[in-house]
Design a protein around this ligand. Sequence first.
Ligand code: ADP
Ligand code: MG
Length: 292
Amino acid sequence: ATPTSIMVGTGRGAEMGVLFRRGEALQSLRDVEVVALDKTGTLTEGRPELTDLSPAPGFSPDEVLALVAAVEARSEHPIGAALARAAEAKGLRLGVVAGFEALPGFGVAATVDGRRVEVGADRYMARLGLDVAGFAAEAAALGAEARTPLYAAIDGRLAAVIAVADPIKATTPEAIRALHGMGLRVAMITGDNRATAEAVARRLGIDEVVPEVLPEGKVAAIRRLREGGRRVAFVGDGINDAPALAEADVGLAIGTGTDVAIESAEVVLMGGDLRGVVNAIALSRATIRNIR
Ligand code: ADP
Ligand code: MG
């Protein structure tokens, strides 16, 4: 590509809200075969809501929600805000929290009014030595509806299965259809559990799913997608996505995402949704075609 065509392409991108931080990305995007997408905040709004709460025998829903929300109000994860909002909407009084701890990719824990409260994924409960088998049918049903099942333990006893749902952005289905129309494979990488991730993928026609990825595992997930010499673009928004954005052949950050993601990406999508990916690849193809 000539410097002039790269300059023109970069300028057109800027007009469409696609910022090429490095001109080379305009060339490397042309050869991409797989577009890998982060789920939370990229495909979805990143603003989950509480949808379900079933307590185990001996626990009441409000008692569980109040304890869980007290802990989650301290969390930086969007799941935390969802549970805190739900308790607030019900006017529940939150107790005094001590010893808050976040375990990225697993869940959160603290003491609330002297009671030990732990909230998180099934793998977190497994780590605590708690068996969630009693909730297996319920969790499977929630996952099939694209909801994320979580578990609460109170004083070391399994107290409830809770679910949150994060709406798919209105622009996502059309963007994925367009990527398919361009002959690309679409993959999804997420920390969410397999059943939920697969339900979301099915709704959107996503070709490959890499679920249950721990925050530090996203780079390995990109490496796996790149096996066999496939050229992979990765689109993400979160702090956890930064290393994967650097590892991919091309990293694209959602412009409404975190600063760390934006700084690690070669392309920034100012529109805040996946139509920017479609525009970026179309522009790359048009620009490079003209000069080859
Ligand atoms: P993602 O960004 O895809 O949600 P994370 O690694 O942040 O991935 O989270 C993975 C999983 O860990 C969540 O789906 C949830 O089950 C659990 N988890 C993480 N943080 C919390 C939290 N604050 N409360 C409850 N569960 C959590
Ligand atoms: Mg995200």
